[in-house]
Design a protein around this ligand. Structure first.
Ligand code: SF4
Ligand code: SF4
Length: 79
């Protein structure tokens, strides 16, 4: 059975992901989705979160960890 991978994004360490987005750029498997919360019509969203929606496709390359300036991503392989 293939190993399970857990990918976690820590909001406390990355309060404004829209200003960085490096993890989104480097991930070869497009694991992360930038998601705007509290949407209002005709208004630019102010609050965003990163959701590791496609963590099942993570290839454990650790590029997101290497590129993150805030140590806000955890990738763990669970046997
Ligand atoms: S370890 Fe690699 S594949 Fe997995 S989420 Fe990070 S950048 Fe993407
Ligand atoms: S690389 Fe790190 S600081 Fe930049 S958006 Fe991703 S989690 Fe946030």
């Amino acid at each position: 059975m293939p190993a399970k991978v857990s990918v976690e994004w820590l909001e406390k360490k990355c309060p404004r992901p829209q200003d960085c987005g490096k993890c989104l750029e480097v991930c070869p498997s497009m694991v992360f989705v930038l998601y705007a919360t509290e949407r209002e019509r005709y208004k630019e969203p102010e609050h965003y979160v990163i959701v590791p929606s496609f963590k099942n496709f993570c290839v454990t390359c650790n590029k997101c960890i290497d590129v993150c300036p805030n140590d806000a991503i955890k990738v763990e392989v669970k046997e």
